[in-house]
Design a protein around this ligand. Structure first.
Ligand SMILES: [Zn+2]
Length: 442
């Protein structure tokens, strides 16, 4: 954490004079948590990202007069958000709901506002660190309405803004004044670093969703009804994105050359075909499979034995029902993106399909518990987006069937000399039972 109020604890250089800026104040007009600073030489005034959230990695400086940004760390998207929001700044009241759970004595602010759902959720996961380790501080969460249900027990105050994701980057001077008014009476106020990807040791997902993740230790016992959930999204569907690759037919390549890339609707149709093929292939291997599709989309069109949990409008109840479904799933499958954060946090394993432009963002959308690294490696798979349903089914089936064996090979107590010494026959017995549950033995 750093000091926010009265004067933020941050250092900047004037990009023109290379002298330290005099930090005078702070300003929070929405998702940006900014210092207000001036150059003693050229007298220019700046707003500058405080080291919190993505400001930890690439803080941007904005000239107050011209709105020009300086981005010495080269994150153009982050600089652009600031530049554009400042150029279009507004001053309009929005619903700002305050819930106090105890009086604030030494407040620390965790700003979870953002334009991306995943960013907001990941910032919120920082809350547990302060609740568990900093009882001397009173945690104040600044949160968009759609994530309010995830705020854990133990916070001092929740400030909920009715700010849709589509307006997540908004610079609103009214919001800045509201926040200023609530904090300026305090002698001191602190700011959470809002680490963009908090370490798994610092949070437990059930503190946020109130849903316990899949018990990996019971994987084999639960194989009597293997459960798979496909995390559906339509803005980034599962389709064959490999343009002109050798594994495409000449006709298909020619068609794409003439007609151009397929429409989103066509990609979503292809996704549906692929998901059905995936479910049917696994079902041929194991007829007891419990297959579901969850996510935002128009329900309908799947075989009757597939649970279609898709909806067009998400609310808290739907999110909870989905989390409970993930927590009953051996494996969740889905295309890379923040919509995999909660599925991966609750399911026993994840199989992610990665679009060509997302390999650099790998793991950013996966939440894992702080467990044995080999077990996690086994239970986390990444395949290219264009991987056909048959191959995904092959990988999935092997995960379903052999994860219990991997657990016996890699994790305690089965790798503990002291436990195995007195009863070395237990792993073999367990293995036999898992195989029987899958249907291969007995
Ligand atoms: Zn200067």
């Amino acid at each position: 954490m750093i000091r926010l109020h009265p004067i933020p604890g941050a250092d900047y250089l004037c990009p023109y004079c290379q002298v330290p800026l005099a930090v005078k104040d702070w300003y929070i007009p929405g998702m940006r948590t900014l210092a207000y600073a001036s150059c003693p030489e050229c007298r220019k005034d700046y707003y500058a990202d405080l080291p919190a959230g993505h400001g930890l990695l690439h803080p941007v400086l904005l000239e107050r007069e011209s709105g020009k940004t300086h981005d010495p760390y080269g994150a153009d998207w982050f600089a652009k958000w600031l530049r554009d929001s400042y150029a279009r700044r507004v001053q309009r009241p929005i619903l700002f709901q305050t819930e106090d759970f105890r009086p604030l004595r030494k407040p620390i602010l965790l700003n979870c506002l953002d334009a991306l759902y995943g960013h907001s959720l990941l910032k919120l996961l920082n809350a547990q660190y302060y609740i568990d380790h900093r009882g001397d501080l009173d945690l104040v969460i600044l949160i968009p309405r759609n994530l309010r249900w995830l705020v854990p027990e133990g916070v001092a105050s929740v400030w909920t803004l009715d700010l849709p994701l589509s307006r997540g980057t908004e610079w609103n001077d009214w919001v800045a004044m509201e926040i200023k008014g609530r904090l300026e009476a305090f002698d001191e106020c602190w700011l959470s670093l809002a680490i963009s990807h908090p370490h798994p040791r610092d949070f437990s997902i059930e503190r946020f969703t109130r849903v316990k993740p899949f018990p990996v230790g019971e994987w084999g016992d639960r194989l009597e009804k293997p459960a798979i959930t496909f995390a559906w999204r339509e803005d980034r569907p599962w389709w064959n994105s490999a343009k002109g690759s050798l594994n495409q037919s000449r006709l298909r390549r020619l068609k794409r050359k003439i007609l151009g890339p397929p429409s989103t609707e066509a990609k979503v149709r292809e996704q549906k075909k692929r998901v059905i093929a995936l479910a049917e292939t696994i079902r041929r291997t194991n007829p007891r499979v419990d297959f579901a599709v969850a996510g935002i989309g128009t329900p309908g069109g799947f075989p009757g034995w597939v649970s279609d949990m898709r909806v067009l409008q998400v609310d808290e109840d739907t999110e909870r029902i989905w989390c409970e479904r993930y927590s009953r799933s051996h494996v969740v499958v889905g295309v890379h993106g923040s919509n995999l954060l909660l599925p991966s946090a609750h399911a026993g394993a994840v199989l992610e399909l990665v679009p060509p432009d997302r390999w650099s963002n790998l793991v950013q959308d996966i939440l894992v518990p702080p467990q044995d690294v080999r077990s996690l490696l086994y239970r986390t798979r990444f395949l290219p987006l264009e991987t056909p349903a048959g191959m995904v089914a092959e990988v999935l089936t092997s995960m379903l069937q052999y994860t219990p064996e991997a657990e016996l090979s890699f994790t305690p107590p089965w790798t503990d000399h002291k436990v195995l010494g007195p009863d070395p026959w237990t792993p073999a017995e367990k293995r036999r039972r898992f195989s029987r549950n899958w249907g291969q033995v007995g």
